[in-house]
Design a protein around this ligand. Sequence first.
Ligand SMILES: *[C@@H]1O[C@H](CO)[C@@H](O)[C@H](O)[C@H]1NC(C)=O
Ligand SMILES: *[C@@H]1O[C@H](CO)[C@@H](O)[C@H](O)[C@H]1NC(C)=O
Length: 186
Amino acid sequence: MYSSMKLFACAFIFAQLLGTIHCSSYDTTDNWVISDKTYNFPENAVLGGIDSDGYYSYVGRTDYASSVLPARVRAETGYATFNNDSLGKRAPYYELLVSNATLTYHWVRSYDGFREKHAVSVGTTVQDERVYVCRAKTDGGIFIGTLYLSKRLCFIRDESFPLRQFSKYEVLVRKVTPIHRAAINI
Ligand SMILES: *[C@@H]1O[C@H](CO)[C@@H](O)[C@H](O)[C@H]1NC(C)=O
Ligand SMILES: *[C@@H]1O[C@H](CO)[C@@H](O)[C@H](O)[C@H]1NC(C)=O
């Protein structure tokens, strides 16, 4: 039911002799669904923030320059943006993270690239580093951003704003509730 749009994003690294193929990979631990404005917006998409125009922003992912990166997605328009540690752009395609009865998502406070238990990874960079989903308050909203543990910073660059970097931020983590406990909680 849940299929990944693309399992790998590959690039030739010409700097290396023999032109080795370098691939980043999409993480398959969580459920991500292909989406765009021609699909119904999934009810169980994961809310991440609110942008400065007052639109809710949902957790998505896309790839750019052979790295898989978190994306910010507006439900109303399907408009999606992303950033890495330097640039911010519009995402031409993306997947949305969805929860289910036993798998839910939460934001926890974190700092300095600390490796939180059960943090959600979108996939890897071309250097094979896992990329995590963070968020912070800035520019009149709460923005989903890109967390590289090695850089110890959450990077946020929404299209119209300058690059922001946070050493204190929130990280998206998953919570698995066993089915019998889920039933008791209802
Ligand atoms: C971010 O994108 C720029 C432009 O493609 C690239 O030069 C830079 O290496 C990227 N950063 C990371 C951490 O991949
Ligand atoms: C929720 O998604 C996870 C991961 O794909 C899966 O293992 C689990 O069975 C799903 N739970 C339900 C209730 O569908």
